[in-house]
Write a protein of this length. Structure first.
Lengths: 198, 494
């Protein structure tokens, strides 16, 4: 019994450590960013430096404490576990949700894995690059088709409906009616210019 | 009074009325789609409002925001799938009612409280607005600075996970807002000589990334909830409407709960719905019937979802403190249209405030008729998959961030903040303080230096003016309340 509980504790700790390591990916940039703005603010006039100086100092101290906790969790410095006032509302909601909702409705969202995360990030970054290289007018089509196929969704009729509706929204409404700026991206724009299309 | 009539006249101009119907349609459709709610809807609409005049732009945004809840309730009742997370409260009694052959009764009850909840929201806003106007007209730069400080501390302190994590988010937001030219001395800060950074980081790009793109990532990761077989439409609409009027005390109680929860920043409509439902279970007769298809459950939950919109909008338009993600996007819309969010909206754009209030109510009424009459078509939408929905939102968010300034770097900012906010949320850092830091940072900075330039005795101006002192004390109270509470609640030794 005890060994089972110990194994569970070790598992929890391992999960927590994994979470903390993941947190490092944005806390470290936050720390460097705030420290940089704090130190950099000394180069400016008083009016221009006051806010970045104080906000940078406070944020650097807080993120620094959090970094310390991520590196040395046993010291508890920077644990920051104090709930906000909305925590009480949330507790009430969670308690009730636990009792009542679970029997009626099972969340259908699956357990998200690291692979799911990287796949979604890749889809997002890919979409950004389509826009960057081909502009939003042409990039829209690439994004719809490529992300659908990337996620294994190959129902041609639904994709076509999506393409047509986005054509109406982006090209007709946004570009033609609302006169959104022309944008053909880094690759397409020089080609279209060379061919005198734009 | 003149401004109220101006707002009403503007709403009933044929083109604006048409835009409201369009906004309502979009709101209902997005509400019906599983996993999507007001935040996604408003993020998708932002690029469409970019070139519009202020009046039609805000009619469109507010009608989309106000009506997405009812669409979600409809799918919760008929398919046991909440359109958006807050609608989960509707299905506790709504779906069993539909299974018991009372789908129409549940829909009518939900529709009834949706209209009345919208009316309650509008009345709340109308009642509070003169008071807020009176207070805000006494505000000067010192109060604007203190208010921005209060907004930042309030949103951090009430964030449910951790106060300090909220403060970190707020701090990063303020720091991001300092990039670019200083508003008073005109000195460029942290620009690395790039033109893009000289103009600063635009808050619309950050808001779209932090609040909308991060949600789409989740949608992609989790996959969409595909609705199962729905239940047939049976029962009587009349019975549902009658039930609403029979349970008027429950409606009023739920509305008041929703108002309080709505005003509290960070709590949101999901909390309002569950707190209201829990209160109904505790206070109503025959509580054992709840969860088995009791119409009072639908009334309590849906009232809160709709009535909390007044409390949600009030601090956003009067103080610039958003109560939810959707309201943070509304702040971005203010900036997009050249309006400084916060007290300046009430001071300078009173007619716009009334326009928002009337739109909330009228859009609610239109949405009910639209959703009920189109329930057959909307059923098909519940089967839409994440693979189809997600790219649409991503496309519109990227376009939204690009068209504002025509910088491709803005799209990169949206992408980066989407990924970063996903991780932030995963680790208990809510992105709203970050967004609020970007929105309120420049207001605080401008207020601080303007107040100092008007002051004869330096920093004392912030505590010698009564309104400023009151806001300052509120700020301290909000930050230190959990600490005081902990000391107060410490168990006494036996």
């Amino acid at each position: 019994m005890n060994s089972g509980s110990g194994a569970e504790d070790r598992k929890t700790t391992a999960t927590e450590l994994k979470g903390l390591r993941e947190e490092l990916w944005f806390i470290l940039p936050f720390f460097i960013f705030s420290l940089y703005l704090f130190l950099g603010s000394f180069a400016y006039k008083v009016e221009a430096s006051t806010v970045p100086k104080y906000a940078g100092l406070i944020t650097a101290v807080l993120t620094g404490m959090r970094l310390f906790y991520i590196c040395f969790p046993r010291f508890k410095i920077g644990e920051f576990s104090q709930d906000g006032l909305a925590g009480e509302f949330d507790d009430m909601k969670d308690e009730f949700e636990e009792e009542t909702l679970k029997s009626h409705y099972k969340q259908q969202g699956k357990q998200v894995t690291f692979r799911d995360e990287t796949k979604a990030f890749a889809a997002l970054v890919g979409s950004f690059f389509f826009f960057l290289l081909f502009g939003y007018l042409v990039g829209t089509f690439f994004v719809i088709v490529c992300t659908s196929y990337y996620y294994g969704y190959k129902e041609k009729r639904a994709i076509l409906i999506n393409l047509v509706s986005m054509y109406i929204l982006v090209y007709v409404v946004l570009f033609k009616l609302l006169e959104a700026p022309e944008h053909f991206g880094l690759i397409l724009e020089p080609i279209l210019r060379a061919l005198d299309f734009i | 009074m003149d401004q109220m009539f101006t707002a009403l006249l503007a709403i009933f101009q044929w083109d604006n009325a048409l835009i409201m119907v369009l906004g309502t349609f979009i709101g209902v459709v997005i509400g019906v789609l599983p996993g999507l709610g007001a935040t996604h809807a408003m993020a998708m609409i932002i690029p469409l409002t970019w070139k519009m005049d202020v009046t039609p732009a805000f009619i469109l945004l507010i009608s989309v925001y106000a009506t997405s809840k009812f669409g979600g309730s409809l799918t919760a009742i008929l398919f046991n799938i909440p359109g958006d997370n807050p609608n989960a409260v509707t299905l506790i009694d709504g779906y069993p009612m539909a299974q018991n052959g009372k789908a129409r009764t549940a829909i009518a009850a939900s529709a009834g409280v949706s209209i009345l909840g919208g009316l309650f929201s509008a009345i709340t806003l109308l009642a509070f607005m003169p008071v807020m106007y009176w207070i805000i007209m006494r505000f000067g730069p010192a109060e604007f600075f203190m208010l921005a400080l209060f907004g930042l501390s309030a949103i951090s302190a009430v964030s449910s996970e951790s106060i300090v994590k909220g403060l970190i988010g707020g701090g990063i937001g303020i720091l991001l807002s300092t990039i670019g030219y200083h508003p008073l001395v005109g000195q460029a800060r942290f620009t690395f000589g790039t033109m893009f950074l000289e103009d600063g980081i635009h808050m619309v790009s950050v808001i779209l990334g932090a609040l909308a793109v991060s949600e789409v990532l989740k949608l992609w990761m989790e996959g969409s909830s595909i609705a199962g077989e729905g239940v047939p439409l049976s029962g009587s609409y009349k019975e549902g409407i009658t039930a609403v009027f029979k349970n008027m005390p429950l409606f009023i109680r739920s509305s008041l709960i929703a108002l309080v929860v709505g005003i509290a920043p960070g709590a949101g409509s999901m909390v309002a719905g569950f707190v209201s439902y829990a209160s109904a279970v505790k206070t109503c007769k025959n509580p054992e019937n709840f969860g088995k298809g009791d119409v009072r459950g639908v009334i309590a939950g849906d009232t809160a979802l709709n009535a909390c919109q007044g409390g949600d909008i009030l601090p956003t338009i009067t103080l610039g403190i958003p109560g939810s993600n959707a309201m943070a996007i509304l702040l971005g819309a203010f900036v997009l249209h050249g309006i400084t969010p916060g007290p300046q909206v009430v001071k300078m754009k009173t007619d716009l405030v009334y326009l928002i209030i009337f739109t909330v109510f009228i859009a609610h009424c239109i949405s009910v008729f639209m959703a009920v009459s189109m329930s057959g078509v909307l059923e098909k939408l519940t089967k839409a998959r994440a693979e189809i929905i997600a790219p649409i939102i991503i496309i519109l968010c990227l376009i939204g961030s690009y068209v504002v300034r025509e910088y491709w770097q803005d799209m990169m900012i949206t992408t980066m903040f989407g990924i970063m906010s996903y991780y932030m949320k995963k680790h208990g850092y809510h992105p709203i303080p970050l967004v609020l830091g970007i929105v309120l940072g420049p207001i605080a900075e401008f207020g601080f230096f303007t107040a100092l330039s008007l002051s004869d005795n330096g920093l004392w101006i912030f505590v010698t003016r009564i309104p400023s002192l009151v806001i300052f004390l509120c700020t301290l109270a909000v930050i230190f309340w959990p600490l005081i509470e902990r000391i107060y609640k410490r168990p006494q030794p036996a």
